[in-house]
Design a protein around this ligand. Structure first.
Ligand code: TPU
Length: 561
């Protein structure tokens, strides 16, 4: 921009553009209005509005999945504290969201004044303290002079650690004069890897592989931080071993690759992956999260003594740990030097399960719905799967190369998927965006579909109307699992309000669903919500089996002292 006066807000705005963002998400409030003006004025990124701050956070979280980073701006307390859930998600799922909040005027800080939008005390530091638990860096801008260093520190830390970072800008500093930013390279450069440690880790990994007979790679969800699957494919091809992915890492290895051997998820694994992983004597685990859900209630995980654990910033192998480099550096180095070995992966690749088509006029089933959604997914599709049976429907799909699945299995906050799919669509408008979401989850963040109408974003939404929280019914049933029914497809007319291109359709059988999908494909100027009416007890077998084990783990009695 060419204006004479350059401000703190302009500095932030320029940095957001420099790190590769095309947009920032925002909800207005009087503590951030001047900041929003500055961002508009500087103009490096488009300003997009959300219905509320929780949705804003999830939209940013979804944007970061597709783009590598995202930014959002909210107002103090009433806005920011609503967004904290979504920032927790970005932390849990390792996504660098730059979380920016307007803050009190510097003249009010330390003055004893009581401000609106606060808890009525005179100390305004608590927001930063709360947020510091779910961010890797938290900066309250102290002065226009310090602003560049503080903004840069937060952004650099977020990008390096792949975690959210917080920046609070007092409302009277947003337009204060400020220096201009220099080149962005200082923010984007990876920390230089510790060569000694990296070489030692690669050597130890090579020895581990040489000493093992049956090697398999298990891909975890945090490999998303690599930004590309190429190093993993290169490693697999070098080692010649089978590759399995965890449920949360669905699509993080191309399923059409000859070495792909399914999803490993304990007893609900696909394509024989359980036998492969649990009988291997060498499992290369890439950035996994073995939580209670992923281990099917602590039942299944690779044996620690047979595991080479490559985490984001640390490799553990044969009882020794190596740090000081990022996973990407390790995978790439190992792919160049790992011992080539007889390929366990080249045993015949089992054919994936295929769901048979049901009669077009038969009542719609979960299977038929999943079958038709799977057929819609091509190599240019991003499929977002909400917590619930949508997880299991996504996991059992057969994906063409290039297809991406996004889920939020570590944080698991229902309602995440509607704004997250929108964020992914903002960031990657050239892909097809498909969302599977249960009725219970949808009720949390439904209004964000209105932004899909407003910004003409053609997300295809499969709204699973099974009249309840079926995943919870399978884990632990009770009256709290049954929800008020809505006319979900009917909502779209309300969101269009006579001026949008959203489409709401009902599917009661396979023929109606097929017809609705064709209409959705043709509707390129707005969302299409297809309300899929299925029976309440109709869910995947995977959910039932997994739910029983998770319920058993949840109901373990307290250990005796
Ligand atoms: O497929 P289905 O019917 O299970 O999906 P639906 O209808 O979206 O139900 C999801 C039910 C559910 C709940 C209520 N899954 N997890 N929970 C617990 C929960 C509550 N609140 C938040 C914010 N996140 C949660 N995971």
């Amino acid at each position: 921009m060419t204006t004479e006066k350059f401000t703190v807000g302009h500095y932030l705005s320029a940095r957001l553009g420099q790190i590769g963002l095309k947009d920032h998400l925002a909800v207005a409030g009087d503590f951030n209005l001047v900041l929003l003006d500055q961002l508009l004025e500087e103009g490096s990124t488009r300003q997009i509005y959300s219905c509320n701050e929780l949705n804003c956070g999830y939209t940013a979280e979804g944007y970061a999945r597709a783009n590598g980073a995202a930014a959002m701006i909210v107002t103090f307390n009433v806005g920011a504290l609503s967004a904290v859930n979504a920032i927790g998600s970005a932390y849990a799922e390792s996504l660098p969201v730059i979380f920016i909040s307007g803050g009190p005027n510097t003249n009010d800080q330390g003055s004893g004044h009581i401000l609106h939008h606060t808890i009525g005390t005179t100390n305004y530091g608590y927001q930063m303290e709360m947020v510091s638990h779910v961010t890797c860096a938290a900066e309250v801008i102290q002065s226009a002079e310090n602003a560049p260093a503080q903004i840069d520190h937060a952004i650099r830390t977020a990008l390096r650690l792949r975690k959210p970072a917080y920046i609070e800008i007092p409302c009277n500093l947003a337009s204060a004069p400020c220096m201009r930013p220099g080149p962005v390279s200082s923010l984007l450069a990876e920390a230089t890897p510790d060569r000694v440690s990296l070489d030692a880790a690669v050597k130890a990994a090579g020895e581990f592989l040489s000493a093992r007979e049956k090697v398999v790679i298990l891909v975890g969800s945090r490999v998303r931080t690599l930004g590309s699957l190429e190093p993993i494919v290169a490693l697999a091809e070098r080692v010649g071993c089978a590759v399995t992915v965890m449920g949360a890492a669905k699509s993080f290895f191309p399923e059409d690759h000859p070495l792909f051997r399914g999803v490993y998820w304990g007893e609900i694994s696909t394509m024989g992956a359980q036998e492969l992983v649990e009988s291997a004597d060498g499992v290369i685990c890439l950035a996994p999260i073995f939580n209670d859900y992923a281990t099917v209630g602590w039942q299944s995980r690779p044996k620690p003594e047979d595991t080479l654990l490559a985490d984001l910033n640390e490799v553990t192998v044969d009882g020794r740990s190596y740090a000081g480099f990022h996973l990407g550096a390790f995978v790439s180095a190992l792919a160049e030097s790992a011992p080539r070995r007889p390929a366990t992966g080249q045993t015949a690749k089992p054919a994936p399960d295929v769901i048979p088509a049901s009669k077009p006029d038969a009542a719609l089933t979960n299977d038929e719905m999943a079958r038709q959604i799977n057929a819609l997914v091509d190599g240019n599709t991003t499929l977002t799967a909400e917590t619930g049976d949508s997880w299991f429907n996504a996991v059992r799909m057969n994906l063409p190369g290039g297809a991406k699945v996004e889920s939020e299995m570590q944080w698991g906050s229902i309602g995440w998927s509607v704004p997250a799919a929108l964020g992914g669509a903002y960031a990657a408008p050239d892909r097809r965006h498909v969302l599977m979401v249960g009725d219970g989850s949808f009720q949390l963040t439904a209004q964000e579909v209105a932004q899909m109408v407003r910004y003409e974003v053609p997300v295809i939404i499969f709204l699973v109307n099974n009249r309840g929280y079926v995943i919870e019914i399978k884990i632990h049933d009770g009256p709290y699992n049954y929800i008020k029914n809505w006319d979900y497809a009917g909502l779209i007319d309300a969101f269009n309000a006579g001026e949008g291109h959203g489409l709401g359709l009902h599917a009661h059988n396979g023929a109606e669903l097929a017809e609705a999908i064709e209409k959705a494909k043709a509707n390129t100027r707005g969302p299409t919500l297809i309300e899929c009416h299925i029976g309440q007890t109709d869910c995947t077998d995977m959910l039932v089996r997994w739910g029983k084990k998770v319920a058993a783990a949840n109901s373990r009695p307290p250990a005796k002292a």
